[in-house]
Design a protein around this ligand. Structure first.
Ligand SMILES: Cc1cc2nc3c(=O)[nH]c(=O)nc-3n(C[C@H](O)[C@H](O)[C@H](O)COP(=O)(O)OP(=O)(O)OC[C@H]3O[C@@H](n4cnc5c(N)ncnc54)[C@H](O)[C@@H]3O)c2cc1C
Length: 488
């Protein structure tokens, strides 16, 4: 460890009380001890019935673990085809920057499956929620009393022209990775969004840094997609990590760095957006807005964007008001290194089933996480249609809300007692050894907007070594041994 804990606390002006709060959470994982955030769970003996969970990733397994504690003789089945489904995705940026090794984040699901939970090693492919039934890829018909949808999201590389052969990719699926690696992880093009891709991103980043160090003038491109995507801070982390490696090599002056987003802003919460703007300026990274990535010419290393904006059009027939028209202009950007965040979507077997919505994401009451059409169905994690979210940090709040509400529903209580408030956290790596802990939740006055929700009393926009310590040393054990066992 680079610094002792005392020095980190002094430097970060974190009180011992707050530090103990963090160590309590991390410690839950580190020591598998009893000190956790989850309130003392009272086991219900009134809640009866078969619960099926589709998806055994972070939220599916955490929810199953907490259900086993919350219901006497709970009957819980998880449907999950991937034997490595609980591998630690937030660590992929650290693998992609050479801080961690791939084996630091790879875990076997079997080691985390809670005792007593039945595991069907297949995929759910057909849903009939009116009949409380689903079918699996192995041809089984499964009946349930209660369904939990925790199937995460799919990386839609195929939506980018030039990458159609990659198609849909799950972040942790080995077969998908083999297909993606035929195109990504070479020629300067890479993506941290799947685990094998994280390893290859480090290889590509090293080649890029070496080219800059050799005196060549090089260009790095960091586009953000036009769809919602998990962990909204990833591209900023990749900008900062690449910058750090260039600086370390004494090669920063030879590299041009460009961050390009489809959005109109750098971040949804104004104070964090302002802080990120300052970070980009300090690092001499250009920022371009309202550019949708539509194609990659892999062989010639050119990314094509549609620059889009609105303009007053030709006057209408009554010559009263002009119409607003969307304008598009094609913009091509060459690169030597391009880190891609692919467009993302809900898995199609769910998106297109009665459980999905027009845009695919599973529609739930955003506070109770109960499905808006089928009351015995609940959903959480990356697949749900709620504003913000799509991080492990939001999932950590959601799974407790879901379990409390599902148990109440099973006990035939009139009201669902627990409410998710939109809490999301993004440990935004600003440098190797420094993190800005962007925590936020829905604005209670306007839930389309977000407000800061810091857990610590200091300025949340200030990057510190303490938050790096949290990210690099505490959050993984907290997730792997605290959350996945329903204790943090
Ligand atoms: C590069 C990267 C960096 C990230 N950084 C952070 C971070 O710093 N902080 C943070 O909080 N979060 C971070 N995240 C996000 C976090 O990992 C996810 O939000 C979290 O894993 C979501 O959990 P989930 O259970 O919804 O989805 P997952 O953990 O992806 O699990 C979904 C599971 O469902 C299974 N499944 C899908 N379809 C079916 C089906 N039809 N039948 C059965 N099973 C199915 C899949 O196989 C998968 O195992 C990051 C993610 C990535 C990729």
């Amino acid at each position: 460890m680079k610094k002792d804990i005392e020095a980190i606390l002094n430097e970060s002006k974190i009180s011992r009380r707050d530090a103990m709060k963090v160590f309590g959470l991390g410690g839950a994982g580190l020591m598998m001890a009893s000190s956790t955030e989850v309130e003392a769970v009272v086991s219900s003996n009134k809640a009866k019935g078969k619960i099926v969970i589709v998806g055994g990733g972070l939220t599916g397994v955490s929810t199953a673990a907490l259900l086993m504690k919350s219901i006497v003789n709970a009957d819980v089945t998880i449907i999950e085809p991937n034997p490595k489904s609980v591998s630690y995705q937030p660590g992929q940026t650290l693998v992609a920057s050479g801080v961690w090794q791939p084996e630091d984040i790879s875990y076997n699901t079997a080691d985390f499956m809670p005792d007593g939970v039945k595991w069907i090693h297949e995929k759910a492919i057909e849903f009939n929620p009116s009949a409380n039934m689903l079918k699996t890829s192995g041809g089984q018909t499964i009946k349930y009393d209660y369904l939990i949808v925790a199937a995460g999201l799919v990386l839609d590389f195929g939506a980018i022209r030039g990458l159609e052969a990659i198609g849909d990719v799950y972040s942790l699926d080995a077969n998908d990775a083999t297909r993606a690696k035929k195109i990504l992880g070479k020629n300067g093009l890479c993506s941290v969004y799947f685990s094998e891709g994280a390893k290859d991103t480090w290889g590509q980043m090293q080649e890029f840094v070496a080219a800059a160090k050799s005196g060549k003038k090089v260009k790095a491109l960091f586009p953000e997609p036009h769809t919602p995507f998990k962990c909204g801070g990833v591209q900023k982390k990749m900008v900062n990590l690449t910058n750090a490696r260039l600086v370390e090599a004494g090669a920063r002056a030879n590299a041009e760095m460009a961050f390009v987003t489809n959005s109109k802003k750098l971040f949804g919460v104004p104070v964090y957006a302002e802080a990120i703007k300052g970070q980009m300026k300090d690092r001499n990274v250009s920022t371009t807005f309202e550019h949708k990535l539509v194609a990659i010419d892999v062989a010639n290393k050119i990314a094509t964007f549609e620059k889009h904006w609105e303009e007053k059009g030709i006057l209408g027939p009554l010559l009263v008001e002009s119409e607003i028209v969307e304008k598009i202009e094609v913009v091509k950007m060459p690169y030597d290194f391009c880190h891609l965040i692919p467009p993302q979507k809900a898995p199609k077997e769910i998106a297109m089933s009665p459980l999905g919505s027009e845009k695919g994401w599973v529609p739930v009451n955003k506070e109770t996480l109960q499905h808006i059409k089928f009351p015995n169905v609940f959903a959480l994690g990356d697949i749900v249609a709620v504003p913000l979210g799509k991080t492990g940090g939001s999932a950590r709040k959601q799974y407790k809300v879901l379990v409390e509400n599902l148990v109440a529903y099973m006990e035939r209580k009139e009201e669902l007692p627990s409410k998710y408030d939109g809490y999301t956290v993004c440990p935004l790596i600003t440098n190797i050894g420094e993190v800005m802990l962007a925590e936020f939740k829905w604005d209670p006055k306007d839930d389309e907007k977000a407000v800061v929700a810091p857990s610590f009393p200091q300025d949340p926009t200030k990057p510190t070594w303490f938050y790096w310590f949290l990210k690099a040393y505490l959050l993984k054990p907290m997730t792997m041994y605290g959350m996945l066992s329903g204790r943090a």
